[in-house]
Design a protein around this ligand. Structure first.
Ligand SMILES: Cc1cc2nc3c(=O)[nH]c(=O)nc-3n(C[C@H](O)[C@H](O)[C@H](O)COP(=O)(O)OP(=O)(O)OC[C@H]3O[C@@H](n4cnc5c(N)ncnc54)[C@H](O)[C@@H]3O)c2cc1C
Length: 330
C-alpha cells in the first residue's frame, strides 16, 4: 500500500519556497536548474502524450459551458491548471471520489464531452526527478459549475493513484485538459459501452452527457466487468438513470469472481456474454452502433485483438461482426 499520510505533498506545495522567492532574489543555481529541467522534460513528455491521444489540438466537442455564469471556463485554452481538493471519500474498498474546487464556485469547467485530465505530480516515492503523469476522467456532470470530480482506483504501489489517495482537503494538484472522443449527439442510434474495473469512469462521463442532453436520443448500453462484487461503485447512480430513462439506458454487470449468493452475472466480458446481453453486431437493433471500450490491458486485448494497425481485426468484437471503425478505445 502506498503511504497515505501527508508526507505526500503536492509539487507546488513542496516547492512553494522557490515560487515565493521575491522577484530578483537568487535561488540556488542547482535548485533552479533541477526545476527548469524537470519542467522542460515534463512539457516535452506531456506535449507528446497529448498529441498522441488527441491527434494534435483536437477541436472541443459539445462544451459544457451552459451554466449561465459569466466566468470564463476554467479549462478554456491550453495550459496547466491547479485544482484544490475539497473532499475525498472512499466509494468502495480501493476507490476514492476526489472532489476538486474551481477558483470561482460559479465557474464552468469548460470540459467537452468527452475529456480527461492529465495529472502531473512529483511524489517523493517516485524515486526519479521526472514527474508522474497520468490521465483521469472527471465523473461529475461536465456542466456542473465550480467543481471537477475524479474517481481514482488505488493500485498496489501505484505512483499517481497512491499520491492522489494521500491528498487532504486543501491540497492542490496540477493538471492539463485532454480532449478524448468527440461525442456527436444522434450520430449513432445506439452506443455500447464496455468497461473493465476503473474503466467505468469515461463511460460514466458519457452516460451522463448523453442522457443529460434532451436533444440527444442515442440509446446507451453499459456492460461493466469487475473482479468481485465489492469492486462495484456508482450502482445507485446507474440504477437511478436506468429508471429515469427506461428503454434508453441499461447497465449490466459481469463479475468474474462473485461472492456466494451474488445476483450478478458470473464470468468475463466475452463474446457469449455480449451476445446474451443483446450486443451481437448482426442484431438488427445494432446496425448503427458505436462500441466503446475502456479496461485493463488483458480485457482490451481479448476484445480488440492487436494494437495500432492490427486492432479490431481479431478479438471478440471482430468475431461478433463489428467493423474496426465501429470501435473506439479510450
Ligand atoms: C484516458 C484514461 C483515463 C483514465 N481515467 C481513470 C480514472 O478516472 N480513474 C482511475 O482510477 N484510473 C484512470 N485511468 C488509469 C490511470 O491513468 C492510471 O493508469 C492508474 O491510476 C495507475 O497509475 P499509477 O501511477 O497509480 O500506477 P503505476 O505506478 O503506473 O503502476 C502500479 C502498478 O499497477 C499496475 N497497473 C497500472 N495501471 C493498471 C491498470 N489500468 N490495470 C491494471 N493494472 C494496472 C501496474 O502494472 C503496476 O503493477 C485512466 C487511464 C486512461 C488512459
Amino acid at each position: 500500500m502506498p503511504p497515505t499520510t501527508s508526507s505526500f505533498r503536492p509539487f507546488f506545495t513542496q516547492n512553494s519556497r522557490l515560487l515565493r522567492q521575491p522577484f530578483g532574489a537568487a535561488p540556488r543555481r542547482a535548485e533552479v536548474m533541477t526545476t527548469q529541467v524537470a519542467f522542460a522534460a515534463a512539457a516535452v513528455g506531456i506535449g507528446a502524450y497529448v498529441y498522441m491521444r488527441t491527434g494534435a489540438a483536437a477541436a472541443p466537442g459539445t462544451s459544457a459551458t451552459g451554466t449561465g455564469s459569466d466566468s470564463k471556463p476554467y479549462f478554456s485554452g491550453f495550459g496547466l491548471r491547479t485544482l484544490k481538493l475539497h473532499s475525498s471519500e472512499l466509494v468502495n474498498h480501493n476507490t476514492k471520489k476526489l472532489r476538486f474546487e474551481l477558483p470561482d464556485p460559479s465557474q464552468p469547467s469548460g470540459l467537452s464531452l468527452s475529456s480527461a485530465l492529465l495529472t502531473i505530480s512529483f511524489p517523493p516515492t517516485n524515486g526519479r526527478w521526472t514527474p508522474v503523469v497520468r490521465p483521469y476522467t472527471p465523473t461529475n456532470p461536465l456542466e456542473e459549475p465550480g467543481f471537477v470530480e475524479l474517481m481514482v482506483k488505488l493500485y498496489p504501489n501505484g505512483k499517481q493513484s497512491g499520491y492522489l489517495h494521500s491528498l487532504k482537503p486543501g491540497d492542490t494538484i496540477t493538471c492539463l485538459r485532454i480532449p478524448e472522443y468527440v461525442w456527436q449527439p444522434n450520430k449513432h442510434d445506439h452506443v455500447a459501452l464496455i468497461a473493465g474495473g476503473a474503466g467505468i469512469t469515461p463511460m460514466y462521463q458519457l452516460i451522463q452527457g448523453i442522457l443529460g442532453n434532451p436533444e440527444d436520443k442515442t440509446r446507451v448500453t453499459l456492460v461493466w466487468g469487475v473482479n468481485g462484487d465489492q469492486d462495484i461503485f456508482l450502482k445507485q447512480e446507474l440504477a437511478e438513470l436506468q429508471s429515469k430513462y427506461p428503454g434508453r439506458f441499461r447497465a449490466e454487470y459481469v463479475v468474474s469472481q462473485p461472492e456466494a449468493g451474488s445476483t450478478y452475472r458470473k464470468g468475463y466480458v466475452n463474446g457469449k456474454a455480449l451476445e446474451e446481453l443483446g450486443l451481437g453486431a448482426n442484431d438488427e437493433k445494432n446496425k448503427n452502433v458505436k462500441v466503446m471500450v475502456c479496461g485493463p490491458p488483458a480485457m482490451e486485448k481479448a476484445l480488440k485483438g492487436g494494437k495500432g494497425p492490427f486492432a479490431n481485426k481479431t478479438g471478440v468484437l471482430h468475431e461478433l461482426g463489428y467493423k474496426p471503425d465501429q470501435i473506439y478505445s479510450f
